[in-house]
Design a protein around this ligand. Structure first.
Ligand code: APR
Length: 345
């Protein structure tokens, strides 16, 4: 029996993500929360003939605090794509003030109502919204760093697709052969190509400019979507797919299925000092930046361990330079997130 709650379920990401979750046979209850249209989306999805019972929760008015509590009660996994999307000319950082308050308030409700749930944060800027969530949970005394995840899977999905095109192999064969570490915005995103794998010879044939274009496209791939949508928002369908891919890993781990050991698992943006070996990684290789995306091994809905990229993935000098650049951006986003909560009542 697994209950999953989606906060922001009626949005561009929330709807397709909820559809994918409805198709997962391990989900017994799917609670859809949104400030608008949650009941409509729930009614629609509830007609699909899969086991999950779907319920929609939306506040009757601004003062109504019961809908969110009912949506969260007994939840094992909460996925959050609530917020406003990026419009042309807006950076992910521009979203900060609006989405920061939304995340702060939703996570406070999770901390009070479903303190044992795993929390997957999609709302941008992830580099800062995850530290906000951590700070809120700490204040409430219920922070479990093994259960707080910033979803960065879209960067891996893009890396697999774009590298597949470049070296002419099926992108589906690249899962686990590229790890994306760091953060989830621009040059904080660091793709690492696993040269221990069978793609090494093809990757080694890439010119420097091809490699640099590939890195740039993974880092700024979101802009292609923002531009093509021309005012209608940012990535939704690919983000829903990516969010689901990570959520499915969490659901598998709740069902006792081990994270695949044949490939490097997907990364997630986590609070490193909260997991064994994380503090050492942060101090030795990351200038004490303590939120960072690394490949995570899951067990029973939480992080069992992570893979230290500097020990396992043969990080090249070029890749080390990318990490160096990423650390600057991450440090300021983390500070921005933590101060936002510390400055709140
Ligand atoms: N609680 C619950 N839902 C909320 C709240 C809130 N406090 N505030 C906004 N929402 C809902 C909106 O009603 C909407 O249905 O969140 C949904 C967001 O959907 P869209 O506006 O379509 O945005 P989307 O493209 O899905 O992106 C959402 O994810 O990737 C990030 O950058 C993106 O931060 C943005 C978020």
């Amino acid at each position: 029996m697994v209950k999953v709650t989606v906060c922001g379920a009626a949005g561009g990401i929330g709807q397709p993500l909820s559809l994918l979750l409805k198709l997962n046979p391990q989900v017994s209850e799917l609670a859809l929360f949104d400030i608008v249209n949650a009941k409509g989306v729930a009614a629609d999805l509830s007609h699909i003939c899969t086991p999950a019972v779907v319920n929609g929760y939306q506040p009757a008015n601004k003062e109504d605090k019961t809908a969110i509590v009912d949506a969260l009660k007994g939840s094992d996994l909460v996925v959050i794509p609530a917020g406003v999307p990026r419009k042309p000319g807006m950076t992910r950082a521009d979203l900060f003030n609006i989405n920061a308050s939304i995340i702060r308030d939703l996570v406070a409700n999770i901390g009070r109502t479903a303190p044992n749930a795993a929390i997957l944060i999609i709302s941008n800027p992830v580099n800062a919204t995850v530290p906000i969530a951590a700070e809120v949970l700490k204040k409430l005394g219920v922070f479990n760093p093994r259960k707080l995840f910033g979803v960065t899977t879209l960067d891996s999905v893009r890396a697999e697709t774009f590298l597949g095109e470049l070296i002419d192999v099926a992108p589906t064969s690249l899962k686990g052969k590229i790890s994306v570490i760091g953060g989830h915005s621009g040059d904080t995103i660091v793709p690492l190509i696993n040269v221990n794998s069978d793609i090494a010879s093809k990757v080694n044939k890439l010119s420097k400019s091809q490699y640099e274009k590939f890195i740039n496209r993974v880092q700024f791939g979101g802009d292609e979507v923002v531009k093509a949508k021309n005012g209608a928002g940012s990535a939704t369908l690919s983000m829903a797919y990516a969010g689901y891919r990570f959520a499915e890993g969490v659901l598998d781990s709740l069902a006792g299925k081990p994270t695949s050991t044949t490939t490097v698992p997907d990364s997630s943006y986590i609070y490193l000092p909260g997991v064994p070996g994380g503090k050492e990684l942060a101090s030795k290789s990351l200038k004490n930046v303590d939120f960072f995306s690394v490949p995570v091994v899951l067990e029973n809905g939480q992080i069992k361990s992570f893979i230290n990229p500097f020990e396992s993935l043969k990080v090249t000098d070029d890749e080390k330079k990318l990490v160096e650049t990423a650390l600057g951006g991450l440090e300021s986003s983390i500070k921005q997130g933590s101060s936002f909560v510390q400055g709140s009542k």
